[in-house]
Design a protein. Sequence first.
Length: 392
Amino acid sequence: MNQWMNMADGALMHTYNRFPLVLTKGEGVYLYDDEGKKYLDFGAGIAVFGLGYGNKKFNQAVKDQVDQIVHTSNLFYTIPLAKAASKLVKASGMDEVFFTNSGTEAIEGAVKLARKYAWQKHPGTKSEIIAMQHSFHGRSMGALSVTGNAHYQEAFKPLVGGVKFAEFNNLESVLSQMTDATCAVLLEPVQGEGGIFPAKKEFLEGIRKACDERDIVLIFDEIQCGMGRTGSMYAYEQYGVKPDILATAKALGNGLPVGAFAAVKKVGDAFEPGDHGTTYGGNPLACAAVDAVLTIFEEDRIVEHVQEVAPYMIEKLDALAAASDKIVERRGLGLMQGLELAVPVGPVVKEAMNRGLITMSAGGNVLRLVPPLVIEKEHVDEMIAILTQILG
Ligand SMILES: *Cc1c(COP(=O)(O)O)cnc(C)c1O
């Protein structure tokens, strides 16, 4: 184990303090390290591995595509691209989509599209973006500029201009910052990295109404909370508030690096040839993964499964929280759950790992639980038993 850790640390830039585990294999909802130790995975590679490890249909679709063709560039059509795009349009409820290689790039594209729409319709007057405090949208200069976390931003200024931050779940804070110059409002319906905060319905409804009145583009970042995680394909469906642009990634490729931003026609049509591009984005391998994921979601009724297992997990977490003075509160939607702790979260994550449970932290001292979407009640029981040992 140390041999691989040393080799990696000797060659990688030090941007992560990795856990001292060398993971070699995944099976279902379990991970294995190079010494054969087994871990129940409630992290899913940061809410990515929705279908679990070793899904046969998914693996076969990806292997088949590797043997067909892996890359073509966007100068050509491919069959996986056509299939993935039409399936994602249907799954997202949007009208058109652009594939990227990551969530960050989906945000970059979404913000560019909003700016282009406003530039075309209201020349030279509408360019400001209102984003939320404690949000997370990525690390590139554009995505970082709309990420409401001063610590992430500080060393990299000057950032992209024209960005204001409002308080999440405080409608007045958003409305009071809207002006004739506002181009877009960007938010996560359930804040992830910020500490697992679901939006209030009235908050989203109020923003939607104000955006409609002022022709402001509403962008939802569902990179973490989308793809069935909260118990609907996209979280916005549960709120009954539809965005104009939707950013998605993480679970979209079940581990293959792919993201997308999708838009309603009125906004999406603002992009013309030459406005945006990518060499890899939407390549046949990534799109074969997306096609397989969306097919499996339908065939295996993944969203319905989340609706079944999530209430059980919530019930068990609530019971644990009620019995423990180390837990301040449980928050979340569906299988995107957080426990705000009264004790430091870092040692809890470490201790859980020692006991064979992978969890993650999120902002504000929160223990984040985002398991593969295919977990069963018995896995919830296993997780609760380990957390009870630590927090009970
Ligand atoms: C992870 C994440 C991103 C960034 O996605 P990457 O694939 O890491 O670039 C953006 N927004 C949210 C809400 C995320 O959770």
